[in-house]
Design a protein. Structure first.
Lengths: 150, 292
């Protein structure tokens, strides 16, 4: 497939958006995890939420401009649903009403579900980057040292 | 009088792992077999795991295809070699948050999990950095974060803030900050129950990959050699190794590197039908050997 192929172009343009959504999800999940283990009276660091807000904004902008051929419509639908869930999660994270984190957790799970569906739908869209996993740092492809090459 | 039985259980392997990652220093010095393993501790009415392994689906399959991880077997199959089911596990002690140590959070439905608070705090912090810092968050699996959050909300994920004696009777947790990861942890089993134990084992996570980290390669001129993969410092790794050695009276073989392929020849062991190994470090008084 060449870039002239609509599906190939779609995959190329959707990949960074998927990555942005994944990063937003990680941030909001991490924020909730820290908040949960710290307990209700702890001072909460909102930096992950601010980072998530930026990733989500970038993803929303990109997704608005992402055209999808018919064969990718289902895939794009999951991306859009993941984005919507993350936007709701962001609102919950910033809300004083969601003290127990129930709403935030609901939307985090919802977003994760859609991103996992995206990962299953298209090779190359896996939700995790394992390229630097501690015990997998030799690749079947690139040699280990190459990962640190400038 | 051993209070706990302790087994190291292979569940997969990387057959060609760069030695330069296992031992800091010389490059292009070859490869070694690197077992993936967790530790089963049984006794005192407890079934304890040190680390969870990972689940070989979705990300696991991706990993296997990409990095040559082979011969993965499910926890249900691996633990059965010692007569244990995943549902029997009461406690999991997570040495650090990399996928091959923490990627099985949802495999043990009745367990309570312990991890260092620093590991979570710094992991989440590092994730806020730009992609140019992604080395610091290798294996940041969002599914694991969500699973950990779920467990924390259920009261089943306990964040330990530093060292903790007797998390269970005779079992201590030790923070090794800024080493392999920001909040790595090692586990001491004082198997005679004594405070100054003469029968201690240390389960080192990835603070060492091999006994060679404790001795160097020249047996006539021993030295500590840190692992080659750290977000913290080599100094911290070396001083942690020294602490671990001191706690076992300098007896190297009692500091257990789960990725060490030679464990099976240092301790009694057997190969399973699946080509994995059961390594028996200790046997409680009321337990039957699983390697005889």
């Amino acid at each position: 497939m060449s870039q002239a192929d609509p599906l190939a172009r779609y995959i190329s343009e959707a990949q960074p958006l998927h990555d942005l959504l994944r990063r937003g999800l990680i941030q909001l999940s991490g924020f909730l995890l820290k908040r949960t283990i710290a307990g209700p009276r702890a001072i909460v660091d909102y930096e992950p939420v601010e980072t998530a807000r930026e990733r989500i904004r970038e993803a929303a902008e990109g997704l608005r401009n992402l055209g999808a051929p018919t064969s990718a419509a289902h895939h794009r639908g999951h991306l859009a649903a993941a984005l919507a869930a993350l936007e709701s999660a962001l609102v919950a994270a910033l809300s004083t009403a969601d003290r127990d984190g129930d709403t935030l957790f609901h939307f985090v799970q919802e977003s994760e579900r859609h991103l996992r569906a995206v990962g299953r739908a298209t090779p190359g869209f896996e939700t995790v980057d394992l390229r630097q996993a501690c015990c997998a740092m030799h690749a079947g492809g690139a040699p280990f040292e190459a990962q640190f090459a400038g | 009088m051993s209070k706990y039985s302790i087994w190291v259980l292979d569940y997969a392997a990387v057959n060609k792992f760069p030695q330069s990652v296992m031992l800091y220093g010389p490059q292009y010095v070859g490869i070694r077999n690197l077992p993936y393993a967790y530790v089963l501790i049984k006794g005192q009415g407890q079934v304890i795991l040190v680390d969870t392994g990972y689940d070989h689906k979705e990300y696991g399959k991706y990993l296997a295809d990409l990095y040559g991880v082979s011969n993965w077997h499910a926890a249900s199959e691996v633990l059965a070699e010692c007569g244990v089911k995943p549902a029997d596990v009461t406690t999991v002690l997570i040495t650090h948050a990399h996928f091959d140590h923490m990627g099985g959070l949802d495999l043990f439905p009745n367990a309570k999990f312990y991890i260092q608070k620093r590991e979570i705090d710094k992991w989440v912090w590092a994730l806020t950095l730009g992609p140019e810092f992604r080395f610091l968050v290798g294996a940041a699996d969002p599914a694991d974060i969500v699973k950990a959050t779920r467990l924390a909300r259920e009261g089943r994920m306990i964040a330990v803030d530093g060292d903790l004696e007797d998390v269970l009777p005779g079992i201590d947790l030790h923070l090794a900050a800024d080493t392999h990861t920001y909040g790595s942890m090692y586990v001491t089993v004082r198997n005679d129950g004594a405070r100054e134990s003469a029968d201690a084992f240390i389960l080192a996570g990835d603070l060492i990959y091999t006994y060679d980290n404790l001795t160097g390669l020249d047996r006539n001129d021993p030295q500590l050699v840190p692992i080659g993969l750290a977000v913290g410092s080599q100094s911290n790794l070396m001083f942690t190794s020294a602490d671990m050695l001191k706690a076992v009276g300098g007896e190297h073989k009692r500091v257990i590197p789960v990725h060490e392929d030679r464990l099976k020849s240092v301790f009694p062991s057997r190969a399973t039908a699946a080509g994995l190994h059961v390594v028996e470090l200790a046997l409680a008084d009321d337990e039957t050997s699983r390697v005889a």
